[in-house]
Design a protein around this ligand. Sequence first.
Ligand code: URA
Length: 245
Amino acid sequence: MAKQNRHNSLERLLHSQGFGARKFCRTLVRAGAVTVNGDLCEDPDAIFETDNLHFVVDGFEGVWPYCQKAYILLNKPVGYECSRAPKHHPSVLSLLPLPLRERDVQPVGRLDVDTTGLLLLTDDGQCIHVLTSPKHAVPKVYRATLAEAADPALCDRLLAGVLLKDEDEILSAQACTLLTQTLLELTITQGKYHQVRRMVVAAGNHVTGLSRVAVGDLSLPESLVPGEWQWLDARSMLLAGWAAK
Ligand code: URA
């Protein structure tokens, strides 16, 4: 039985999910453009429980699960900036559909314009704080293509730590493996500007391609091609201690 909570009216729910102003959402519903859990609903004041709720809305591709906070995993392609006010390239936000942009999801930390791979985006401020604060030291795993063939001594130097210009502490990799002579897998827990590229230069090589393959326990799914995104389950974000309660 649905709770008689006017905040759960279809019009308000759609508005909360980024489908536009309440008046617009009302019009959408009245026009027969909204299906709720598989059934057409033309009453903007109809009340719904939010558990397992999903919408299909004409003009917005896909099935939209109701979520109090949105957690998105994007495979970032080359040529996009992780900024809401990009300077030279389009923003990663332009790869997301309008309702997600409307509800103000933001990239969690930054990847360089030339870096590809796992980028989280969310409208949960606490999640952004936990994942980016140095205190939480969340591990991030990168694969770096090297300009020159390397030997295990490169890993030893990165594990021992390197001092970068303008940094006052020695930065060391938490883990480091040479997958091939020119492909390095590196785990860091900090998030300094251009950190991986600068660390590799300081250790005597050069990065020609960089991709992030994991953040904490989250890995980039192989099926997700650059430019594609997927929802993340809010419960798993909560369990990881990353999401707002
Ligand atoms: N380190 C870098 O050098 N670039 C990134 O995008 C991320 C980490």
